[in-house]
Design a protein around this ligand. Structure first.
Ligand code: AHR
Length: 318
């Protein structure tokens, strides 16, 4: 009986503490602790993004607690709950998928721990659950890819699409933007579309299947470089020349993708900038200081054709 009462009292005390506190103690000791829940290590883009966040935190004097969710939402939710328990000052994360975040973010809000979304957005009506969203405009990226194809295709064009992770903001938005841009060109048709989960092996596997089931493929639209690079392996193994027999459009512009573009194996890349660390640390300091921050910060990016890739490659950092 006494044990039950003690346990109940401890639970009440814990709830009261997490409900009334204000995250960690940055306000008292001036030291900021950030809990960052990363998607995983699925691509060259993600590796560059992780490095940018880790390096920038160090430079900004922010203590970083970092976790890798291995592309699983349940792992990210667990990591966020653990950051709440550890009473970090701020939580930042790049959501694996768009939906299913309200409950855990309400828990962070009740514990007075501010949240910043980086890279990917969530689909929630409650915008009070996060302070700001820093990242690319994925619909615009998809549009740029589609516009290039609309300008550079002639006559009937069969496209196969390698989608990113099902339910992830960049997969949903890059598809939407691309379809929007090719709408006015009825000759361009997406004849097959499947997820390759943003990985090189996924891209290769799906492309192998497409090459078997679709005898007449003109273009691959891959939602990231890694899947495009996997598709290149499959196309070569099928005895065709990537970039010539089958044109390839990708998104990201990481070094491996840019090298394939410069070598003529990819035809066009839409940039998605992974170097979000410095802006994230800047926004973090402002949020902790109680300053106003814009609710959306869009990353600036460009596009590359083969000649532009050759020029940019020597200075490409990632
Ligand atoms: O969310 C950004 C996307 O995630 C990148 O384009 C892709 O490479 C990564 O896995």
């Amino acid at each position: 009986m006494r044990k039950t009462i003690t346990t109940a009292l401890a639970a009440v005390l814990f709830t009261a503490l997490t409900a009334c506190g204000s995250g960690g103690d940055a306000a008292d000791d001036g030291k900021i602790t950030m809990g960052f829940a990363q998607v995983g290590a699925e691509s060259g883009w993600r590796t560059a993004n992780t490095k940018s966040i880790q390096d920038s935190a160090k430079e900004a004097g922010i203590e970083l607690k970092f976790s890798d969710a291995q592309q699983k939402q349940e792992n990210q939710i667990k990591a966020i709950r653990s950051y709440i328990q550890q009473r970090v000052d701020i939580i930042a994360f790049s959501p694996v998928v768009e939906t299913g975040w309200d409950t855990v973010l309400q828990e962070a809000k009740r514990a007075n721990i501010p949240v910043i979304l980086t890279d990917r957005a969530i689909d929630s009506d409650d915008t009070s659950l996060y302070k700001t969203f820093l990242g690319s405009d994925f619909i615009d990226e998809g549009k740029k890819a589609g516009e290039w194809l609309a300008e550079n295709s002639d006559g009937p064009t069969n496209v196969v699409e390698l989608q990113g992770t099902t339910g992830a903001a960049p997969a949903i938005d890059r598809k939407e933007g691309f379809e929007e841009a090719i709408k006015s060109k009825p000759d361009i048709k997406i004849i097959a579309s499947q997820t390759g989960d943003f990985t090189r092996s996924g891209g290769k596997q799906v492309m192998e299947a497409f090459l078997k089931s679709e005898p007449d493929i003109d273009v691959v639209y891959a939602h990231n470089d890694d899947m495009g690079l996997g598709a290149i392996e499959a196309i070569k193994a099928a005895g065709k020349q990537p970039g010539v027999d089958i044109k390839i459009i990708t998104v990201d512009a990481v070094k491996d993708g840019m090298t394939a573009l410069a070598d003529g194996e990819i035809n066009f890349i839409v940039e998605c900038n992974p170097l979000l660390g410095p802006q994230l640390m800047d926004l973090t300091k402002k949020v902790i200081a109680g300053e106003e921050v814009p609710n959306r910060v869009v990353t600036e990016e460009t596009t590359f054709d083969q000649e532009q890739a050759k020029a940019a490659l020597p200075d490409r950092k990632y």
